[in-house]
Design a protein around this ligand. Structure first.
Ligand code: TYC
Length: 117
């Protein structure tokens, strides 16, 4: 993977009395940057949620086109679970809540979960 160059903070610092009269010490601190942890959002199979509803969920909440949504739905139907997308924690949590609320509103038992990658 190509990584960017991390930004640096704080320019040169002069410490006037560090090496005797007239001497200077120049230090440079590197700002610590961490890439966020990623979370996989999954939907789980059940016997009752209509296939068309699951396709709609994948289109609506995970921006899949009809073909990708249908492929993922059939994968879940045949294998028990499938990946809808990979997100940072807060985005993944929001997706799970949106899907669970939407399924509950329509009285379907569809389950949506997240797991750390
Ligand atoms: N198994 C369901 C049915 O036969 C369809 C389904 C697919 C349900 C994916 C949930 O996440 C799911 N109606």
């Amino acid at each position: 993977m190509i990584r960017g160059v991390a930004p640096t903070a704080a320019g040169p610092r002069r410490v006037e009395d560090a090496g005797g009269p007239g001497a200077a010490v120049v230090t440079k601190t590197r700002t610590k940057v961490k890439r966020p942890s990623l979370y996989r959002v999954l939907i789980l199979n059940d016997d009752y949620t209509p296939m068309e509803f699951v396709v709609h969920v994948l289109e609506q909440f995970f921006s899949k086109d009809r073909e990708a949504a249908t492929r993922i739905m059939m994968h879940v139907h045949n294998h028990g679970a499938g990946e809808c997308g990979i997100y940072t924690y807060e985005v993944a949590e929001t997706k799970v809540t949106q899907v669970m609320d939407f399924a509950r509103k329509h009285q379907h038992p569809l389950q949506c979960v997240m797991e750390k990658k």
